[in-house]
Write a protein that binds this ligand. Structure first.
Ligand SMILES: [Cu+2]
Length: 478
């Protein structure tokens, strides 16, 4: 064992440094991420300036190995404090990158070094976790996102080519009202939740609707459709796509005309029942790994169903070897996303030790024109660090989420994975995720084992929702 290995193993917790003061445990990093302003050339005509990781969008793909400690230097070249969140990984609270959990900020023009054990295996990602509020230059509205692939100990390898796709909008602006994809999810609306939403709207009064965020430019891997290199494939190949919805606020769809997707993993976790679907729906921060058999030669647009978003860049060309010409798009038949297709229907999720019920409500335009979100009537407060729930290590919890709003909420639990127990009105088991879409006026039940002590954040991954109240903190009883 050399000194570096020794240091890595001995520094179980992260080491923080402010500018100019080096800690004794600084080691040579395996990876360095520099946070700073840079340009993204989405197309020849559209070049945006935003905050990036290491000057590129998406940030560098970090290939890590499950269980092999990694040291990462985070350098903040900006004038504002930053946070890097290791989304989907089972790390300590001070490494995770959420200030509500106790992770320190990376100071302006300062740095921080982390050492952690990557895991679980699969497709994860990293992104900033600062609150943006009304500042659309900050948080996940910026270009601070990058993919992580944690190599499993045994890779199944049933594919010929692996392609990472990061879906992302740029040039955000505020508007009143938006166009939420209401045809994305299966499931039944609850009359009671609708009544609760109507009552909340009546209470808010007749004013204008709260702000939503819209975008002028759309991209896959930092290029608008038609710019950048196509995905080049060969007839007969099986291509494994790892797709990340890196949007700050939007639900995305993706279809490839004449092809189907065999979904093998959700949020990086292999599903119990891989299944073929004609198109994909992904909430903010969700990942899908799907194998496409290339059996329909041509030049195709792999793109979003929304014509306007695709026309402004949300797509990428898939080109078969030997095929040339203009890329073709065909509108697929409507298809609603059903998580239970990939789960077990023959076995129920294990009974929980405790159920925590959370009712989600919207206060229309309650905060300077922005909607405020509450959980059981309480908006998250950074001062009080509430709402707050206490977990006991080793217990199995069921979160029962009841959405008294018409918005879809991609809800996210930090530092733990959860198992879907009931979604869209259907029971299931075996689908392990870290983000899941909760449909408008719907209910959702998800289970997790309290097996990673430390403060743990739960929130909607829609940046506007999390910044304006939709957040709760779990901590562990001592
Ligand atoms: Cu939400």
């Amino acid at each position: 064992m050399n000194r570096r290995d020794f240091l890595r193993l001995s520094s179980a917790a992260a080491v923080s440094t402010s500018a100019g003061r080096l800690s004794r445990a600084q080691a040579a990093p395996d990876h360095t991420l520099r946070i700073g302003t840079g340009l993204v050339e989405l197309s020849a005509e559209h070049i945006v300036s935003t905050t990036l990781y290491s000057g590129q969008f998406p940030g560098p793909l970090l290939r890590l190995a499950e269980g092999r400690p990694v040291t990462i230097d985070l350098r903040n070249d900006t004038d504002t404090p930053e946070l890097v969140h290791w989304h989907g990984q089972r790390v300590a609270s001070d490494v995770d990158g959420a200030v509500e959990e106790g992770s320190p900020f990376i100071p302006p023009h300062g740095s921080r070094q982390l050492t952690f054990n990557p895991g679980p295996a699969g497709f994860r990602f990293y992104h900033t976790h600062v609150s943006a509020g009304a500042d659309l230059n900050r948080g996940t509205y910026s270009g601070q996102v990058g993919p992580v692939y944690i190599e499993p100990r045994h890779e199944p390898g049933a594919y010929d080519r692996e392609v990472f796709l990061v879906l992302k909008e740029f040039a955000p602006s505020l508007s009143r009202g938006g166009d939420m994809a209401m045809d994305a999810l299966v499931g039944v609306e609850s009359a009671e939740l609708k009544r609760m939403a109507a009552a909340a709207d009546a209470q808010a009064g007749p004013g204008p609707k709260g702000f939503e965020v819209g975008y002028a430019l759309f991209s896959i891997n930092g290029h608008m459709l038609g710019s950048g290199e196509p995905v080049r494939v060969k007839h007969g190949e099986r291509v494994l796509f790892h797709i990340l919805n890196a949007s700050a606020t939007e639900i995305r769809s993706l279809a490839l005309p004449g092809h189907t997707f065999r979904v093998v993993a959700l949020d990086g976790n292999p599903v119990p029942a891989p299944a073929e679907v004609p198109l994909l729906w992904l909430g903010t921060a969700e990942r899908i790994s799907a194998i496409v058999e290339m059996n329909h030669p041509g030049v195709w647009v792999m793109g979003d169903l929304a014509d306007d978003d695709r026309a402004h860049g949300m797509g990428i060309v898939v080109e078969y070897a030997g095929m040339h010409g203009k890329a073709h798009w065909q509108r697929p038949k409507p298809y609603r996303w059903d998580y239970t297709r990939f789960g077990r229907s023959d076995a129920m999720a294990a009974a929980p030790d405790e159920i925590i019920e959370l009712v989600i409500r919207k206060r229309n335009a309650a905060l300077d024109g922005f909607n405020q979100w509450t959980l059981n009537g309480e908006a998250f407060s950074m001062q009080a660090m509430k709402p707050r729930y206490t977990l006991r290590e080793g217990r199995r919890y069921r979160l029962k989420l009841r959405n008294a709003s018409d918005d879809i909420h991609p809800v996210h639990l930090h530092r733990h994975s959860f198992e879907l127990a009931r979604v869209g009105g259907r029971s299931t088991s075996g689908v392990i995720k870290d983000v899941v879409m909760l449909g408008g006026y719907q209910e959702l039940e998800l289970d997790f084992l309290a097996d990673n002590p430390g403060a743990t954040l739960f929130h909607c991954h829609q940046q506007l929702h999390m910044d304006f109240g939709f957040m709760a903190l779990f901590d562990y009883a001592r």
